[in-house]
Design a protein around this ligand. Structure first.
Ligand SMILES: *Cc1c(COP(=O)(O)O)cnc(C)c1O
Length: 396
């Protein structure tokens, strides 16, 4: 087995070798500025247009609806801030959920400080938004609904088509943070009435620091970065040509391998879930059991502290995550796990393992063996566990 056993693909993924290869000439040979007139550089304009086309095709969108950004966070910020500004004469109310990525939640909080009102919808125990609650939250002043396609921590996939229909019926814009879903599951913007969609290269075997925002034709959205005329004057700055080429190559690859990759990952995901549930006591699977990203496994282990678990797994060469990488290092339990109703002490003992196409059966067995050993070791040292066993008898 190769080390490390990398099971943190929701945090970031390996850039695929063919993606790197596609990018390289744009650093060393074809380094011209796409805005320059001479033919040496102008070719890069066409290269960028071709990548836009690839991405638009995958989404069922038009290529002039794809705007390159420096990643998912920027796309999320742009979607919220610029629509808020452009539609503030219509209303000041935005609806989102409690389990969004911080790129959405912190942007929403920023907007609240600037005169906007935000409803943060609850989710059920599986992490799904309730459509009736969404309908009830709509006001005459609602200008935007932003609900993530799939959650980065627990993998739950939202009823996006239904949410899009509700937004559409009410004439409200619908944005979705699809950073985890795009490249993993099929997405069609028209069928789901999606007006804006965020995605990021490094979550789909592309490079870091590049992503895009899909903006449907007709959506009034303000420029995010002022300067030159790039990205139809909405996002200035010399294009990240190698990054855009890498993103295009990654999207093409992800679309071509999606079915087979999903089949492989779902098989191993379900095997990992099955083994953990059958071999370790006092565990709880977080997230929806079937409406779930193909590569996501998230468990809470009672009487366990997630950070200790991660450190001991690391010593065995296994990379996992206790919440999202952004919140690790803080002692607050994940806002997502609290939103699905876990008490603090259970949320603290959580582990996310996110698989890739390279994950093997052998690795899964090794991870389960390691987990069994580590959890037994940690529980042996836990006074809470000792009390529990005294009261309830030994393990089932
Ligand atoms: C990773 C992630 C982001 C942020 O994307 P970056 O490209 O890292 O800025 C936003 N939303 C979700 C759901 C993510 O998983």
């Amino acid at each position: 087995m190769n080390r490390p056993i990398y099971l943190d693909n929701a945090a970031t993924t390996k850039t695929a070798p063919e993606v790197v290869e596609a990018m390289l000439p744009y650093f060393t040979e074809q380094y011209g500025n796409p805005s320059s007139v001479y033919s040496f550089a102008a070719g890069n304009k066409e290269v960028i247009a071709a990548q836009r086309e690839i991405i638009a095709d995958v989404l069922g969108a038009k290529s002039n609806e794809i705007y390159f950004t420096a990643g998912g966070s920027e796309a999320d910020n742009w979607a919220l801030k610029a629509t808020a500004e452009a539609y503030k004469s219509k209303g000041n109310h935005i609806i989102t959920s409690k389990i969004e990525h911080h790129a959405i939640l912190h942007t929403a909080e920023y907007l609240e400080k600037n005169g906007f009102e935000v409803t943060y919808l609850d989710v059920d125990a599986d992490g799904k938004v309730d459509l009736d609650a969404l309908r009830k939250a709509i006001r005459p002043t609602t200008i935007l609904i932003s609900i993530m396609y799939a959650n980065n921590e627990i993998g739950t996939i939202q009823p996006i088509r239904e949410i899009g229909e509700i937004a559409h019926e009410h004439g409200i814009l619908f944005h979705t943070d699809a950073v985890q879903a795009f490249g993993q599951i099929p997405i069609q913007v028209d069928a789901c009435h999606i007006d804006m969609l965020s995605a990021s290269g490094h979550k789909l075997n592309g490079p870091k620091g590049i992503g895009f925002l899909y903006i449907r034709t007709g959506v009034r959205i303000r420029s995010f970065i002022h300067g030159g005329g790039q990205e139809r004057k909405r996002r200035a700055g010399t294009e990240n040509v190698p990054g855009i080429v890498g993103l295009g190559a990654a999207v093409k690859r992800a679309a071509a391998t999606m079915e087979e990759r999903a089949r492989h990952e779902i098989e191993l995901r379900d095997e990992l879930i099955r083994q953990i549930e059958s071999e370790i006591s006092y565990v709880k699977l977080n997230g929806h059991r079937t409406d779930r990203l193909p590569n996501n496994v998230n468990f809470s282990f009672r009487f366990i502290e997630g950070e200790s678990l991660l450190i001991l797994l690391d010593m065995k060469g296994i990379c996992g995550s206790s919440g999202s990488a952004c919140t690790s290092g803080s002692l607050d339990p994940s806002h997502v796990l609290l939103a699905i109703g876990l008490p603090h002490e259970i949320a603290h003992g959580s582990l996310r393992l996110t698989l890739s196409e390279e994950t093997t059966k052998e690795e899964i067995s090794y991870v389960v063996e390691s987990l069994k050993e580590i959890i037994a070791q940690l529980r042996k040292m836990s006074p809470l566990y000792e009390d529990f066993i005294k009261k309830h008898g030994s393990e089932k």
